[in-house]
Design a protein around this ligand. Structure first.
Ligand SMILES: NC(=O)c1ccc[n+]([C@@H]2O[C@H](COP(=O)([O-])OP(=O)(O)OC[C@H]3O[C@@H](n4cnc5c(N)ncnc54)[C@H](OP(=O)(O)O)[C@@H]3O)[C@@H](O)[C@H]2O)c1
Length: 241
C-alpha cells in the first residue's frame, strides 16, 4: 500500500502500542494525527519524530463526545482509524473484584472507543478501515481476567456486525497479550519484573511482547483489504498456556 497522502488518526497515539503505530506510519509517509489526553505527553512522544511535518498531536479526551465531533469535523477526510485507548481497571479474582473499578474500566476503554468510533464515521473514507485494540483476556480463562475479558469481549463481540453494517469500511481488532508498555506502570516495579519474567518463561515465544509486535499486526489489518470482522491474536501464545 502507498501510504503517501493517507490520513490516519491514532487514538491513544502518545504511548505504547499507539505510539509505535504512529512511528511506522510516519516512516511509511502517511499523514498521522496522534491523540491522547495529555498535551505534554503528546509533545514529548512526538518530539522523537524530529518535527516530522506529517505527524501532528492533538489533546482530547475520547470520553468527551462533543470534543470528538469537533476533532473529526476539523480532521477532514480520514482514511484509517486506529483505537488504542487504554483502561486498566477491572482485573482481579471475581470473588474479590471491586465492581466499581470494573465500571471505571468500562468507562476508560469500552465507552471511549465506541464514542470515538461512532463520532469518526462521517469523516472516515467509506472503504477505509477501523482497527480496535482489545486484549487476549477476552479469549482466555485465566483466573483474574473475568472483568478485563468482559470489557474487551464486549468490543470484540461487536466487530462482525460493525463490519457488515459499515461495509465497505473494514472493521477489525488486534488482541494483544502481555506487552511491555506504560500500561503496566500501575504495578510496583518488582511485581512487574516478576510478571514479565514469569511470562517469558511460560510463553511459547519466550518473551513478553513489544509495542511494535502489535503495531505490526495493526498494519497488516490496515493494509490487507481482504480482512474485515477479524480479530488477530497477538499474544506470543499466551492463550495456549
Ligand atoms: N500493554 C499490554 O500488555 C496490553 C495487553 C492487552 C491489551 N492492551 C490494550 O492495548 C491498548 C493500548 O495499550 P498500551 O499498553 O499501549 O497503553 P498505554 O501505553 O497506556 O497507552 C494508552 C494511550 O491511550 C491514551 N488514552 C487513554 N485514555 C484516553 C482517552 N480517554 N482519550 C484519549 N486518549 C486516551 C493515552 O494517553 P493519555 O494518558 O495522555 O490520555 C496513551 O496515549 C489498550 O486498549 C490496552 O487495553 C494492552
Amino acid at each position: 500500500m502507498n501510504w503517501e497522502n493517507q490520513q490516519v488518526v491514532v487514538l491513544g497515539g502518545s504511548s505504547g502500542i499507539g505510539l509505535s503505530t504512529v512511528s511506522w506510519l510516519a516512516a511509511a509517509g502517511a499523514n498521522v494525527t496522534a491523540v491522547g489526553r495529555n498535551q505534554d505527553k503528546l509533545d514529548k512522544a512526538l518530539a522523537s519524530f524530529g518535527g516530522h511535518g506529517r505527524v501532528a498531536g492533538e489533546a482530547l479526551d475520547c470520553n468527551d463526545r462533543a470534543a470528538l465531533e469537533r476533532f473529526f469535523a476539523r480532521a477532514g477526510k480520514v482514511d484509517h482509524l486506529v483505537l488504542t485507548l487504554s483502561g486498566g481497571e477491572g482485573g482481579g479474582l471475581f470473588s474479590e473484584l471491586d465492581l466499581r473499578a470494573l465500571r471505571r474500566g468500562f468507562e476508560a476503554k469500552f465507552w471511549p472507543q465506541l464514542e470515538a468510533a461512532q463520532a469518526a464515521l462521517p469523516a472516515l473514507r467509506r472503504d477505509g478501515s477501523m482497527t480496535f485494540v482489545t486484549a487476549i483476556s477476552a479469549r482466555i480463562a485465566n483466573p483474574g481476567v473475568a472483568g478485563l475479558g468482559a470489557i474487551n469481549g464486549a468490543l470484540e463481540s461487536m466487530l462482525g456486525t460493525l463490519a457488515r453494517e459499515l461495509a465497505p469500511l473494514r472493521v477489525n481488532a488486534v488482541s494483544p497479550g502481555v506487552i511491555d508498555t506504560a500500561w503496566w506502570d500501575k504495578l510496583p516495579e518488582a511485581a512487574r519484573t516478576e510478571l514479565f519474567e514469569q511470562q517469558a518463561r511460560t510463553l511459547p515465544v519466550g518473551r513478553v511482547g513489544r509495542p511494535d509486535d502489535v503495531a505490526h499486526a495493526i498494519r497488516f489489518l490496515m493494509e490487507n483489504t481482504f480482512m474485515t470482522g477479524s480479530v488477530i491474536e497477538c499474544d506470543g501464545g499466551l492463550r495456549l498456556t
